[in-house]
Design a protein. Structure first.
Length: 206
C-alpha cells in the first residue's frame, strides 16, 4: 500500500512545490514565461513565494508526498492574505524576462492575486499532480484534504476556476461534487493565448 502524506510547504521543499506547479501550468500558460527555460521558471515561482515566508508561512501552499517522492502540489486561499505589489512582481520578473513579457505577466499575476475570495469560501487556486502519477487518486486526495480543511474552518463553500477546455480536470471536480456556477468569456485571451472560457465551479459544504 502506498504511503501518502500532505504537508504545508517550508523552505526545504518549496523548490519541489515550484517544480510541480511549473510542470502543471507552464505548458498550459506559456504566455506567462514564454522566454524562460523550465529551471528559471521554477526559480522564479520560488522567489515569488519566498517573499511571503516570514509573514505568511507559505500561506496555503501544500505538497503531497507519495512513497517518498513529492509528486503533487496544492495552493489554497482560505483567508484574506497580504498581496504582493505590482512593483515587486515587476522587479522580480524583470530580472529574467524582456520588458514586454515582464509587463504582460506582471499585469496578469497582479490581477489574479487581487481577486477577492468570496465570504465563507475556501478557494482552490491550483491542484497539480506530476503527470507520471496521475490516475492514482492523488487529485481526489488533494480535493478531500481541501474539503476537510474548509469544514474545520466552518466554511460553507469550496470554489475553483478551470479552463473550459480542461475536460479531464472538470470531470474530476464534478465527480467530487463541484458544479459549474458561472462561465467567463475571455475575449482578448482567446485572441492572444487561445483561452476561450474559464468556468467557476463550487461545492456546497452545508
Amino acid at each position: 500500500m502506498q504511503d501518502i502524506s500532505i504537508e504545508k510547504c517550508d523552505p526545504d521543499n518549496l523548490m519541489e512545490f515550484s517544480r510541480i506547479i511549473s510542470q502543471a501550468f507552464n505548458d498550459k500558460f506559456p504566455f506567462f514565461f514564454k522566454s524562460l527555460p523550465e529551471e528559471e521558471y521554477i526559480i522564479l515561482v520560488e522567489q515569488l513565494k519566498l517573499n511571503r515566508v516570514e509573514k505568511l508561512d507559505f500561506h496555503g501552499c501544500y505538497i503531497l508526498e507519495y512513497d517518498g517522492k513529492y509528486v503533487a502540489a496544492l495552493n489554497l486561499i482560505y483567508k484574506e492574505m497580504e498581496r504582493e505589489s505590482f512593483r515587486f512582481i515587476f522587479k522580480t520578473l524583470r530580472k529574467k524576462m524582456n520588458l514586454w513579457y515582464t509587463f504582460r505577466s506582471t499585469l496578469i499575476i497582479f490581477i489574479d492575486e487581487h481577486e477577492k475570495v468570496p465570504k465563507n469560501t475556501l478557494e482552490i487556486r491550483a491542484v497539480c499532480v506530476n503527470q507520471a502519477y496521475r490516475k492514482k487518486g492523488i487529485g481526489y486526495k488533494l480535493l478531500q484534504f481541501s474539503e476537510d480543511l474548509a469544514r474545520k474552518r466552518n466554511m460553507k463553500h469550496l470554489e475553483l476556476s478551470v479552463l473550459s477546455r480542461n475536460t479531464e480536470a472538470i470531470s474530476l471536480y464534478e465527480s467530487f461534487g463541484f458544479k459549474i456556477i458561472s462561465t467567463k468569456k475571455m475575449r482578448f485571451a482567446k485572441i492572444f493565448w487561445n483561452i476561450e472560457k474559464i468556468h467557476t465551479m463550487r461545492k456546497e459544504l452545508i
